[in-house]
Design a protein around this ligand. Structure first.
Ligand code: ACO
Length: 430
């Protein structure tokens, strides 16, 4: 079977043969299809990149129909069961699981970079008391560009590695301080005796005790949530990271943009919407009535935390999260909204409307319940997402930089405005 596509241009009667590689044709191959020398050539129109591959990537693989998610070939379920976040971040960034010695060096480097410059602290203190922690987070990450001018050496491998250490290590500190700022408590400095997740909980929740030791079940739960959120191939924030990075700006500036994309309710805010929905439903008895409303389209209600652009079966991350939720609730006590969530899922999974549309719980269906039970306000949810996704963003950024096929991102447009016209002096305008 020839791996080619034959196109007949009915405007000219000409035929073209384009090669097909990896199930794709190259959009630039269409440019030769022209009606005459003045014609720019054929383009594709693909708002929201619904069917356009923008890169080759060896980092994350998703099979949405089968519910498969692999980081560098390793199934997410196995990583969630056996790995920890720092090891998974190493895997995502460097392509292989670390040896014991590599992991030790990596962990030491990350631990050495957890402190923030005192002037960063001052910058964070300048925010209003009610500033959204995600606004503080993304501004502070952007400001780091000014603190680490060596980050501009993006084609220097050692410099890139230094920024990776800094970013992975410092985002929990920034996130925790953004939280402490929003509740008016003093910032807590990192404790390097603790694990990555344990130290994060320390910086969030330490009060007057000399040493803060979080419950190990909660530390592990948070670490697994970090593993699950570390990368998810070319989503809105990741392609933002690649797009900004393609201008060869430093990684802090690019990551601030990626975090801004994640801030939006269509991306990082869905678990908050799940909680709002569960509150609105209010009780298990009201679940059937709510499902009826969703199906009829009344009030534009959707079953939040259900459905996914890519997954057309159970999101593999949601399965892991459901197990984690049970563990967390043994420590924190059950989130009263859990019963409503379980009943919603039970009914939806048997209902023809949801079955026919392949709507299953996604990663956000249970994560908000866990975060809430652990004491996080909803404003912190996107920040909790940004901490582990930093690993994915940097890995994708570096892959883009080193890909000889990549250039500055610059899409085309179909111009719909007026044709060229003469400027009209102000006094002559109607
Ligand atoms: N509840 C009810 N019906 C739904 C839902 C839902 N959650 N999701 C999709 N549908 C229906 C649509 O109404 C549509 O029905 P129709 O064919 O009768 O018109 C059909 O299923 C297909 O829906 P689309 O909107 O075309 O699917 P798309 O792939 O564009 O949307 C999305 C995916 C945005 C995630 C959607 O399922 C949704 O809004 N879900 C709820 C929000 C949510 O949980 N988002 C988190 C995603 S995970 C993440 O971002 C980390």
């Amino acid at each position: 079977m020839p791996e080619t596509l034959t196109i007949t241009d009915n405007r000219t009667g000409k035929q073209y043969e384009l090669s097909i590689q990896d199930g794709t044709i190259r959009a630039m191959d269409l440019r030769q299809i022209r009606t005459g020398p003045q014609d720019f050539g054929l383009m594709t129109y693909d708002p929201a990149y619904m069917n356009t591959a923008n890169c080759r990537s060896a980092i994350t693989y998703i099979d949405g129909d089968k519910g498969v998610l692999l980081y560098r070939g390793y199934p997410i379920e196995q990583l969630a069961e056996q790995s920890d976040y720092l090891e998974t971040a190493y895997l995502i960034l460097f392509g292989e699981l670390p040896t014991a010695a590599q992991l030790q060096t990596w962990t030491r480097e990350i631990t050495l970079h957890t402190m923030l410059h005192e002037n960063i602290k001052k910058l964070m203190e300048g925010f209003q008391y009610d500033a959204h922690p995600m606004a503080i987070f993304l501004s502070t990450v952007g400001a780091m560009s000014g603190f680490y001018p060596d980050a501009k050496q993006i084609f220097d491998k050692a410099s890139r590695l230094r920024q990776m250490h800094r970013l992975i290590a410092k985002v929990p500190s920034i996130a925790a301080w953004a939280f402490r700022h929003s509740i008016g408590r003093p910032y807590v400095y990192p404790d390097n005796d603790l694990s990555f997740a344990g130290n994060f909980l320390n910086m969030l929740f330490k009060m007057t005790e000399l040493k803060y030791q979080a419950n190990p079940v909660l530390v592990r739960a948070l670490d697994v949530l970090f593993i699950l959120h570390a990368d998810h191939e070319q989503n809105c924030s990741t392609s933002t990271m690649r797009n900004i990075g393609s201008s060869h700006v430093d990684p802090y500036s690019a990551l601030a943009g990626a975090a801004a994309a994640l801030y939006g309710p269509l991306h990082g805010g869905a678990n908050e919407a799940v909680l709002r929905m569960l509150h609105e439903i209010g009780s298990v008895a009201k679940v059937p009535e709510f499902i009826k409303k969703v199906k009829s389209g009344e009030g534009n209600n959707r079953l939040m935390g259900f459905g996914h652009r890519v997954y057309k079966s159970y999101d593999p991350r949601a399965k892991v999260i459901k197990r984690i939720a049970d563990l967390v609730f043994t420590v924190t006590g059950k989130n009263p909204l859990l019963e409503i969530a379980l009943e919603l899922e039970r009914i939806a999974l048997q209902d023809e409307y949801f079955i026919a549309r392949k709507l299953y719980p996604n990663v956000d269906f249970y994560s908000g319940l866990i975060y809430q039970a652990m004491g996080f306000p909803v404003e912190m949810f996107p920040v909790l997402f940004a901490i582990p996704r930093t690993a994915g963003w940097i890995a994708q950024w570096e892959e883009m930089l080193l890909d000889p096929e990549q250039k500055i991102a610059r899409p085309r447009q179909i111009y719909t405005g007026p044709a060229s016209r003469e400027y009209v002096p102000r006094e002559k305008r109607a």
